[in-house]
Each structure stands twice: as structure tokens, then as C-alpha cells.
Ligand binder design. Structure first.
Ligand code: SAH
Ligand code: SF4
Length: 360
């Protein structure tokens, strides 16, 4: 790969048009290139048969389309497929295909590792290695859609893989722009859910985005003290401020904010926690997604019994909240929430992680 070639996977449609023009090519070829790369999964210019031979060789000299490479692809007994994808610097990320949820869903990563350090999450244990570029985030969808035969089908995207999307704001939003192009995969923002621990300035920026995804807030606790312990960024962006930002968030008609709540046995799963949660969410168009912990070695918490989860859910339902309990998918292949980690990731101390967070 020549360093002088421009990686078109990092360009949104208008940037690609400008780049083509600057190289003496017609702007309209950008749409054709988008169709090949995103709708047909073809990145080899030689195979783009509706372009003249001359243009194809010219493009091959000027551009490339860097694409994550499937390093492994494992299918769980429940049909969930976990992909390990290798990036151009040999770092690895994970992305998951979850069929029948009821829609087809791709769960993609936004960072290699994560700086937030939540105590129950394996990705958090890695620390932040680096941000993904926009092309790498969008590239996961391109690669998974091609590998699962979904290029011509509607699918949902959840930003719930490795990383904190609002800690890599600009690249994540650019990836959504690239995926939204009608000449490419044409993914509507209504089909995208961004899950975040609640970086308040990021939430405020998101509220003004023209392409606004659905919002999921990882809450996990009902008091500032407990949340600061489980979700360290709460020390900088407290629960009260996050809920305030949620109250102001401009929701579309009939849409609601999802509040995710990882249930840790006898830590945050008492009836009192459930009652407090209902009180905190009053006045917000909310639904709650309970996620019984996916336990893992090195995670100092347990999964509560089904009876405790049901009791918690019932208390919320009695207070007129819509509640769902997340079925754990792909646990046998470690593709479930919080179980995405790539061995050998750079481990940072909790202090280093907090320092990184504070700089952002
Ligand atoms: N960083 C973002 C998105 C990725 S994590 C966020 O935290 O929202 C996606 C979801 O998986 C979050 O709700 C997270 O709390 C949850 N999760 C993390 N570790 C988990 C575990 N061990 N068991 C169950 N859910 C977990
Ligand atoms: Fe990062 Fe989300 Fe894991 Fe927390 S739960 S460490 S924010 S990936």
C-alpha cells in the first residue's frame, strides 16, 4: 500500500467528490465508487466494471480503500457471529452480528479498548489503546454486511462493541455520515443506537446533530456514590447532570431514551435500587433495558438470580416504565456485552485511565 494513495474509506461522499476533482476526475464517479465499496463490498478498482479501464488504473494509482480484515469469525450456538477484525496497524477489534433481535443487528466498536474503566466490563480492563477512524468504524459494517449476506437487507447498528462512542465523537459521527449516504448503505439514523456512559458535553453536541441516532445511556446505579464506583467517569459527569441532559434531549416523536442497567448480584439489584431508578427517570421518556451481568474471570461481580431480576423488573413495570431484560447472546463465544476484549491489549492503571479521560 503506497503512503501517497488516498484512503477513500475515510472520505464522506462530498470529500470524495472533491478529491476526485482535485485529481482531474469527474465528481460523479464518487457515487459509483460508493456503490461499489458500500453496496457491493468491492474495493478492488479492477473489478469495477462500469468504469473505463483507463479510469480504473488511474484510480488504483491515486486511491485505495483500506478495509478491516476478518481475522476470525466464530458462530455461537444461538446464531450470534463474533468477528475479530484486523486493522492496518495490526490492532484488533471485535464486531458482532446478532440475527433476529427481531431485526438483524450489527454491534460495532468505536475504539480499540476503552478509557472509562467500568468495573464490570472486560473492554474497560484493556484501557484505551486508540480511537478508531471513521473509515474503520464504518468499515466494520461494510465487512460484516458482506460476510453475512446483508448488503441488500435492512439492518440495525448498535454502537455497543468496544469503546465509548462519545469519547471518539468526531470520528463516530463521521462514520454515521458515511453509512448514511444514499449511494452507499443508506443506513437511516433511526436504525442506529449509540450507547454511552454519558459524557455530558458529547450528549449536548449530539442533541444538535442533523443525523441523530437513538440514544442509550449506560446508567447502572442510582446514587452518585455507587455510580462513581462502578462507572468512574461519573466523577466528572455525575448522574444528576446526565439526567438533566436527557431531560433536555430533543427526542423525535414516539422515540424514547433507553437506560441500560447492568445488574450485579447484591450490589445494585435491590428493590430499593429499583424504586430509586423509577424515581430518577420520572419525567423522562424512558425505557429500561436490564442486563444481567455476563460474568467473566477478573470481574469481581456475580450475575443475579432470575428471581431477583424479575422482582426488579416488576417494580419498574408497576411504576409504568417499559422494561426489557436483555437476553445474553453468544456467551459461549464471549460475544456478549462487555465480553469484547482482544488478548494482549495494553493494560493501563485505573489512574492512567482517569487521566486520559480528564484530558478529553
Ligand atoms: N461504552 C459504551 C458502549 C459499549 S458497552 C457504554 O458503556 O454504553 C455496551 C453495553 O454493555 C453497556 O451498557 C455496558 O454497560 C454493557 N456491559 C459492559 N460489561 C458488561 C458485562 N460484563 N455484562 C453485561 N453487560 C455489560
Ligand atoms: Fe467502556 Fe462501555 Fe466498557 Fe464502560 S462499559 S468500560 S464505557 S466499553
Amino acid at each position: 500500500m503506497s503512503a501517497s494513495r488516498l484512503n477513500l474509506a475515510e472520505l464522506d461522499l462530498s470529500e470524495l467528490e472533491t478529491a476526485l476533482e482535485a485529481r482531474g476526475c469527474e465528481r460523479f464517479h464518487a457515487r459509483q465508487l460508493y456503490r461499489w465499496v458500500y453496496r457491493r463490498g468491492v474495493v478492488d478498482f479492477g473489478k469495477m466494471t462500469d468504469l473505463s479501464k483507463e479510469l480504473r488504473s488511474r484510480l488504483a494509482m491515486e486511491f485505495d480503500a483500506v478495509t478491516p480484515v476478518v481475522a476470525s469469525d466464530v458462530t455461537s450456538i444461538d446464531g450470534t457471529r463474533k468477528f475479530a477484525l484486523e486493522l492496518s496497524d495490526r490492532r484488533r477489534i471485535e464486531a458482532v452480528f446478532i440475527p433476529d433481535t427481531p431485526a438483524m443487528t450489527f454491534c460495532i466498536s468505536t475504539q480499540v479498548g476503552c478509557a472509562m474503566g467500568c468495573g464490570f466490563c472486560l473492554t474497560g480492563k484493556m484501557g484505551l489503546v486508540r480511537n478508531l477512524t471513521a473509515g474503520e468504524s464504518a468499515g466494520q459494517v461494510r465487512v460484516l454486511a458482506a460476510a453475512t449476506g446483508m448488503l441488500d437487507h435492512p439492518f440495525n447498528i448498535v454502537l455497543m462493541g468496544m469503546g465509548e462512542p462519545l469519547h471518539n465523537y468526531a470520528n463516530t459521527m463521521k462514520a454515521l455520515r458515511i453509512l448514511h449516504s444514499e449511494h452507499g448503505l443508506a443506513v437511516s439514523p433511526r436504525r442506529v443506537t449509540l450507547s454511552t456512559v454519558g459524557i455530558v458535553p458529547g450528549l449536548e453536541r449530539l442533541a444538535h446533530e442533523p443525523l441523530m441516532p437513538n440514544l442509550a445511556i449506560s446508567l447502572h446505579a442510582t446514587s452518585e456514590a455507587q455510580r462513581s464506583e462502578l462507572v468512574p467517569p461519573n466523577r466528572k459527569y455525575p448522574l444528576a447532570d446526565i439526567l438533566e441532559a436527557c431531560r433536555r434531549f430533543p427526542l423525535k416523536k414516539r422515540s424514547r431514551i433507553t437506560f441500560e442497567y447492568v445488574m450485579l448480584d447484591r450490589v445494585n439489584d435491590t428493590p430499593e435500587d429499583a424504586r430509586r431508578l423509577a424515581r430518577l427517570l420520572s419525567g423522562i421518556r424512558a425505557k429500561v433495558n436490564l442486563i444481567p451481568l455476563n460474568p467473566a474471570p477478573g470481574i469481581p461481580y456475580d450475575r443475579p438470580s432470575d428471581a431477583r431480576v424479575d422482582q426488579f423488573a416488576q417494580i419498574l413495570a408497576d411504576r409504568h416504565l417499559t422494561v426489557s431484560v436483555r437476553k445474553s447472546r453468544g456467551q459461549d463465544i464471549r460475544a456478549a456485552c462487555g465480553q469484547l476484549i482482544v488478548e494482549g491489549g495494553v493494560k493501563k492503571s485505573a489512574a492512567q485511565q482517569m487521566a486520559l479521560l480528564m484530558q478529553s
